[in-house]
Design a protein around this ligand. Structure first.
Ligand code: PMP
Length: 329
């Protein structure tokens, strides 16, 4: 499994390139063995902990995860002979919980909360479990430099090579911040005028913090999974991000369905948010024909069949159904 992580395709989308009159490529990171970009962070955090002697044979790997990091860790734990216990927020899709259970990880579902200071949060419960179990290692991806390193040393060079350094824009969802911070650092060191754009759901506090430096203590709720935060992660390097683009649940769902109707492609929830952000960015500043835009797709729609692609769920959560392209009832 370790050798299979990374080297995912960077594929040109002819449909989006025609629509936005520039060159649009999708970094399809669901081609990782655990079917998400988070396999990369999982691998780097485990290797870093082994080198530092925080993780030893027989130990249990502990993590708070919206699901994807947990799946990567659980697979690697099996391969490397560790146990794995994932504390997951109740917001995570049933597909992710089922995968974790199938791989053989222990899963504790935690109340969806406002971050590590809340004792009921997945982060606080993972930390507390680790404190009570000395033979365990808590990855703590929100504050772990190895999470950024995975994208600085691995994903960044891949995209650079695949694009021959031509990239003008990278649009990626921001959860822990590992992806955007690693990619941002790598690209900014090589190309000053590259635009690093973070995608943040309405209701998250990251955009406000980037713009005003204030921590909003009354965040809102949103349905999009894997991105946005109600606290400021230490793995998020704001200095390499040019702009955050905020998108609503409705814009994200619309983007997912438009893309599906145009291409047959089932984008993941955060990937659909990236598509919605692309649309917003184009409205703010039209792309030039020479622009080379990379959309980072962290996972795949198959992980959200019970939610994003389930019309009953959409009706319950958003009050409407998608029947055809852009058609709401
Ligand atoms: N999209 C999905 C589906 C994710 O699971 C995550 C990780 N939570 C992200 C995007 C964001 O990646 P990062 O944590 O590196 O910011």
């Amino acid at each position: 499994m370790i050798d299979q992580i990374g080297n995912t395709p960077l594929t040109k989308s002819e449909t989006l390139s025609d629509q936005y009159q520039c060159q649009i490529y999708i970094k399809e990171d669901f081609h990782n063995p655990g079917m998400s970009s988070k396999d990369r962070a999982a691998l780097y955090m485990i290797r870093d902990a082994e080198i530092k002697n925080f993780l030893k044979p027989g130990y249990t790997i502990i993590e708070a995860s919206s699901g994807n990091t947990g799946i990567g860790l659980a697979l690697l734990a099996k391969e490397l002979g560790y146990k794995c216990h994932i504390f997951m927020s109740s917001k995570g899709s049933s597909e992710k919980v089922n995968l974790l259970n199938s791989i053989g990880a222990e899963v504790t579902i935690c109340q969806n909360s406002n971050g590590p200071k809340d004792p009921a949060s997945s982060q606080a419960r993972a930390k507390s479990y680790h404190e009570r179990h000395p033979h365990s290692f808590f990855c703590n991806q929100y504050f772990n430099q190895a999470n950024i390193d995975a994208h600085y040393y691995m994903t960044g060079p891949e995209i650079w090579k695949q694009s021959e350094g031509k990239v003008s824009h990278i649009i990626a969802g921001v959860g822990t911040g590992g992806t955007i911070s690693g990619l941002g650092r790598y690209f900014k060191e090589r190309k000053k005028n590259v635009n690093i754009l973070g995608v943040d759901p309405e209701g998250s506090i990251l955009t406000d913090y980037h713009l005003k430096g204030v921590v909003n203590t009354s965040p809102g709720k949103y349905l999009i999974e894997g991105i946005g935060r109600h606290f400021i992660p230490g793995a998020l390097d704001f200095s390499v991000i040019d702009q955050f683009i905020q998108v609503s649940d409705q814009e994200t769902v619309t983007a997912a369905y438009n893309f599906k109707e145009m291409t047959g492609y089932l984008s993941g929830f955060s990937s659909a948010a990236v598509l919605a952000a692309l649309n917003k960015l184009d409205q703010q500043q039209h792309f030039k024909t020479t622009d080379f835009v990379v959309l980072f797709f962290a996972d795949h729609g198959s992980r959200y069949i019970s939610k994003l692609y389930n019309s009953d769920w959409l009706k319950k959560e958003l009050g409407y159904k998608y029947i055809n392209r852009s058609e709401l009832t």
